[in-house]
Design a protein around this ligand. Structure first.
Ligand code: OSB
Ligand code: MG
Length: 377
């Protein structure tokens, strides 16, 4: 596929409800979407970087910078046969994984359409429906959180994950377990603790959690391995895993027993599949993480979640939990049993509401191959 033009756009979308983690509260999302214009179909990708460098060092502005100055110029005018070849083409540029991931995924999106295959099949997926969990942010009160848990369980979600941090952890888990002793429950610290708090963290073992996600530093494997030896609860790494070598290091060191795969965090679909494969060989289950995506990122997460080692419910949930009006049609829906049916159509399987996308756009820039004008003799 020849890449003829790339459009970057920033859209603004208010969240239905604020989302708070140990690193801060988000009420409105700034989202960077990319469109890859090929000589065949048009592919779309969503950059999952946050508004600021708090989850990782990337932000939507660093991603725009990397795309505008380095990634788009590298791709423009090139013929790249498959999405799987994008990572090698962009390999000279270091880091900027979420920026690269958005472009690479747009290429897979175009490839799936051009080959008339569902994207999930192209990725090697085998599951026709995926199990869904929810991630519930820190609330203003424990009562408010319990109400949210109740709503999500009634909607059918198969695993509840709550965000935690010191002072919003043991007390909260205690209240949830008292009311729901048997649900699949986990928590996510987003690096809110240090190894000095090991005695405090050991109290989590009382709650029969499926896992505790990224309790320690965002870039650490070594101290997580020490912590895992002293905890009964399985550690799941999120922030620390940037690719297949990290997954292997974590498996060999014993830093975790479960991996959360986010396609943007590892730099795109090919690396996400590679992490999946390493984890599968190490007999570690994986699940698909979320980054408050619009329908584009959400549909890509659904496709990835169909690979065989995605055996735990992911943070892939219905559009309406985040958006009044998602930018895809139909919106992502979850059954009363807590599953998403994977679309069978070619490509990502969801149409785009282009008028709505235009209305939400606050910044847009198009990069095209400079046309060579041949002057006749
Ligand atoms: O750590 O999984 C996380 C959202 C933003 C940044 C980090 C995380 C999250 C979530 C949200 O937990 C998951 C979702 O999109 O539903
Ligand atoms: Mg997480």
């Amino acid at each position: 596929m020849k890449i003829e033009a790339i459009t970057l756009r920033e859209i603004h979308m208010p969240l239905v409800h604020f989302f708070e983690t140990s690193f801060g509260r988000t009420t409105e999302r700034r989202i960077l979407l990319v469109t890859l214009h090929t000589d065949g179909p048009m592919g779309w990708g969503e950059c999952v970087a946050g508004e600021g460098p708090f989850y990782s060092e990337e932000s939507i502005d660093t991603a725009w910078y990397a795309m505008e100055n380095y990634l788009a110029p590298t791709l423009l005018g090139r013929s790249i046969e498959k999405g799987a070849d994008a990572a090698a083409a962009l390999g000279r540029i270091r880091g900027h994984r979420m920026a690269k991931g958005a472009l690479e995924n747009a290429l897979w999106d175009a490839e799936a359409q051009s080959r008339q295959l569902p994207l999930w099949r192209l990725l090697g997926g085998t599951q026709a429906e995926i199990a869904c969990g929810v991630s519930i942010g820190i609330q203003d009160s424990v009562e408010q959180l319990l109400e949210k848990v109740e709503t999500e369980l009634a909607a059918g979600y198969r695993r509840i994950k709550v965000k935690c941090k010191p002072v919003w952890d043991v007390n909260v888990l205690e209240r949830i377990r008292k009311r729901w002793p048997d649900i699949l429950l986990s928590c996510d610290a987003n690096s809110a603790y240090t190894l000095d708090q090991i005695e405090h963290l050991r109290q989590f073992d009382r709650f029969n959690l499926l896992m505790i996600e990224q309790p320690l530093w965002h870039d650490d494997f070594y101290f997580h391995a020490q912590l895992q030896k002293q905890l009964k609860t399985a550690i799941c790494l999120d922030e620390a895993i940037h690719g297949r070598r990290d997954a292997q290091a974590a498996a060999e060191l014993g830093s975790c027993r479960i991996i959360n795969i986010k396609v943007g965090r590892v730099g795109g679909f090919s690396e996400a599949v590679a992490v999946h494969d390493v984890a599968q060989r190490a007999k570690m289950p994986v699940w698909c993480g979320g980054m408050l995506e619009t329908g584009i990122g959400r549909s890509h997460n659904i496709a990835l979640s169909t690979l065989p080692n995605f055996t735990l419910p992911g943070d892939v949930s219905a559009s309406k939990r985040y958006w009044k009006d998602d930018i895809i049609d139909p919106a992502v829906e979850v059954s009363q049993q807590g599953f998403i049916k994977v679309p069978q159509r070619a490509g990502r399987g969801f149409e785009l509401k282009t008028n709505l996308i235009d209305k939400l756009t606050v910044r847009k820039k198009e990069f095209a191959v400079t046309k060579q004008v041949v002057v006749g003799t």
